[in-house]
Design a protein around this ligand. Sequence first.
Ligand SMILES: C[S@@+](CC[C@H](N)C(=O)[O-])C[C@H]1O[C@@H](n2cnc3c(N)ncnc32)[C@H](O)[C@@H]1O
Length: 266
Amino acid sequence: MSKEFQKYFETNKQTWDNKVGVHAKSDFYDLDSFKKGETSLKKYELKALGNVSGKSILHLQCHFGQDTLSWSRMGAKCTGVDISENAITLAKELNSELELDANFVCCNVLDTSLYIKNQFDIVFTSYGVIGWLPDLMPWAQMIAERLKPGGVFYIVEFHPIVWMFDYLEKTPVIKYGYNQKEVIYEEYEGTYADTNSNMISKEYGWNHGLGEVISSLSKAGLTIESLEEHDASPYEIFPGLIEKEKGMYVTKDKLYPLLFAIKATL
Ligand SMILES: C[S@@+](CC[C@H](N)C(=O)[O-])C[C@H]1O[C@@H](n2cnc3c(N)ncnc32)[C@H](O)[C@@H]1O
């Protein structure tokens, strides 16, 4: 991986390490309900991937493993990958406590193929992932390497339009490019899961338009089965959202989608 980006990844890793303790205590991640059996998975990915029992799943950027372990509870054989050591440590603890059989690997997602050699029926990633990566071509190539022939890749992610806004302004304004190759730096108090926390988040990110996402997957050899755009998000992480149905949030005017989802096969 390019040395140029190392300092950005290092800062992001530090921030994510600090977020883990805050998130584990947050209502947002509601670890108590999760431990009692509540799934952390949302309706889009549950519908898209259906019955995963007996399937192998590689979960990219798994945070502290709630979604990975939710797939495990449904009978999948899961491996989760994340850059944060604290996240992977907590994921492994939860795996033991809940007597599940998931594996967790701490590495940069772009280095996944250096650490994981087997291939999977499904590669899954969701909600707040590609913005941490400067270039999607190595990411897409790694996904193609880790899928079995005929395997399925599924991503459900915040729409590139939502990342054009600067949410640190009182009234969010469009400030960043739909495709922004130049790095974006943000520093603020709190996290999306606990805005009252006094931890300082220092983050480097990049914006990727849908064209780049689709083209990188396609160039890596995947066939795009569907690209969906959704107005309703299961996460209320942007200001001014309205709860449409229980646990699903939309913008007031629905002028742009909040999410996109891609299903692709190798
Ligand atoms: C917003 S979270 C993923 C959301 C997940 N669906 C959840 O809510 O649990 C983003 C995750 O990406 C991880 N991450 C950020 N940059 C990464 C990188 N370069 N390689 C691997 N993981 C990375 C962070 O540590 C974090 O756990």
